[in-house]
Design a protein around this ligand. Sequence first.
Ligand SMILES: [Zn+2]
Length: 285
Amino acid sequence: MQKVTDNVYTDTTLRGCNPSVVVTSDGVVVIDPGQLPTKVVELRTFAEERGPIRFVINTEHHVDHIFGNYFFRGTGTVIANKGVDDNFMVVGPDLDPYEYAKEAVPTDDPEGAAIFPERDVYERDMNRPQVVFTGDVTLRVGEHVFELIHTPGHTPGQVAVYVPQERAVFTGDTVFSECQTWLMSSDVDGWLAALDRIAELDFDYLIPGHGPVTDKAYLEVQRSNLLDWVGAVAAAVAKGWSRRETMERVSFAERYPVDVGQGYMMNHIQTLNAAALWDKLSGTR
Ligand SMILES: [Zn+2]
């Protein structure tokens, strides 16, 4: 684990999100346990060595942020916004989250196969949020305050976790630091508002959902990345490009690599982002 401050740890080297830990005088708070089985178990051990686990926070419902809850069952209280709970491991037309979690194991965590649960076992014990909230919520743990700020955009249940004592904010996937941004079914206007909301906070350390730890200035970089995508697809729509032409011709693949372990998804991300924006901006969906 990378030590960010005296009490904040994260791991930006894994496939999937950046799982993180905050140590307080009265136990530990885990933010997004991650998805790779042996890595999640290591994270749990790391956390328990520093105190009882008080809370496990999920910043969004995507599988890389929630799958590891299974390995934290029987520890701290799992807490998330209602938007996370509503979408928790819901199988969509394009993605079965259980299969997507399973798919990563042979390549990224072969030893994890031995402890990867069968689907029926997982579904029984997935450890979904026990506390579900709307809007914002504040947790007090020991001397620390955790402000869970609802920042919908990337997903409907997105939260940022602000820990003023550590001058740190965990943005979840509202920030993809120096790696490709997954727009998927995002609400980009909401996402831009989320960046504004985070910019109002007073902090030095920005722990993103993916990519290296960064700082407040990166909020503007993320904003530009979103606006560049929207601008390029809006221009394509204005020129009368079809959905297919837009998917083939609009790409920001040169700008960043894909986050750890998913380089093979580059073309998928580009075409998915372009298609999703084309659907919105052309008014056809
Ligand atoms: Zn993510």
